[in-house]
Design a protein around this ligand. Sequence first.
Ligand code: BG6
Length: 513
Amino acid sequence: MTPVQDTPPTNPLRDPQDRRLPRIAGPCGLVLFGVTGDLSRKKLMPAVYDLANRGLLPPGFSLVGFARRDWAHQDFAQVVHDAVKQHARTPFREETWKQLAEGFRFVSGSFDDDDAFERLRRTVGDLDEARGTSGNHAFYLSIPPGAFPTVIGKLKEHGLAQPAGASWRRVVIEKPFGHDLASARQLNAVVSDVFSPESVFRIDHYLGKETVQNILAFRFANAMFEPVWNSNYVDHVQITMAEDIGIGGRAAYYDGIGAARDVIQNHLLQLMALIAMEDPASFDARSLRLEKQKVLAAVRVADRLDLASARGQYSAGWQGGEKVIGYLDEPDISRPSRTETYAALRLDIENRRWAGVPFYLRTGKRLGRRVTEVAVSFKRAPHLPFAATATEDLGHNAVVMRIQPDEGVTLRFGAKVPGTAMELRDVNMDFAYGGAFVESSPEAYERLILDVLLGDPPLFPRHEEVELSWQILDPVMSWWAEHGRPDHYPAGSWGPDSAEQMLARDGRTWRRP
Ligand code: BG6
């Protein structure tokens, strides 16, 4: 994407529209809250290293860790080192590491500790002097959502949120952004009291994925798909995010949140918006977000949620030849938990393009296989001039965007089976990233962290989108809360029977990716 920026480019000599030049961040630093968490170790620290390794960070780049641990700078450096060694995408290069590690600092303290924030202010000031970060700092809040207001308040009180002169201060907020519409609004009020809208970067890491950005390229760079991308031709759309993992050690976060809040509210609704939106005038943040917003505003949740939704919780089962425990037996789950680990939902988009085309969204943990895809299923040809027996095996034409792990796009259509008779069967035409490109895809967090440092906002949802998404989900969550427990499904299966029945009632079946 070629964003025209909401905010002025950080480096006036760099034309952000010129894609022949690498996008390199100007002088800056990143302050990471929540350095002991899983996300920091597995994704954020490795992404910072990968950016450095690709030469996309400025020479004086600094990474400040903030946590309650009683660590010296070296302890923090060791933690980053281990995380990088284990999870970085690009090879470990001593030279990159040495240069990056010179910019590491650690500030020890709790989120409400004024002395610690004072130390943070001094650290950041020292870095401006010593490493030329020029007052440009992003604060990445990879912390429990309950701590957002405290940290944001402390940043303000200690003068960390206010940029001086031409410098910038930005805040990066990890999901979940609230747990319903009311709490999201409250949080937005807290954030906007301290940071201006163009300084707030709400993370939905799906938008950082290459294959998700490719939805826009696929739809808007080509002439042949857009004419059929509407209710005249499309029968329905299925958006699937299936995971084979359970909740692992994340009970404290996941229990009480569940599948719908964890991923439908953000990743799946964002995918839906990209699939359904009108073409934006350009890919600048304002146009792109506005088009997504219009789709979300046009979504109608069915009145009969008993017919248009399903939820489940995994019980013990087999996965990849291994016996796995059920959700209620996972460590630290409060029994009897009603948290859903599987959620499916039918949504309708009430506009001219999509009226009458259901969008089916589903996600679950401990399903048969890890796969995320969007399948656009087309109506049958109005007339088939073949014997009925010749078309028995003919399904619907489909465009399947394979988001992960087997990244690519599949077109499914009917073809003649070789032989003397006219017999038809579905075949696939495939585009696979591995086969088409020599470049490997950066991790979503590499792209997103770089965009934060560049002040490039298109890939970050605005607060309107977040609130509209909660507006869609809130009635579902309330209905579920009032109507019993989730159904059970064995680990390794494709979810509860109720999800199959939900589609069967509409005369359709879920894809088995
Ligand atoms: C996160 C969810 O946002 O996305 C996790 O909180 C989920 O529950 C993860 O496992 C999946 O991300 P990815 O990139 O592996 O599909």
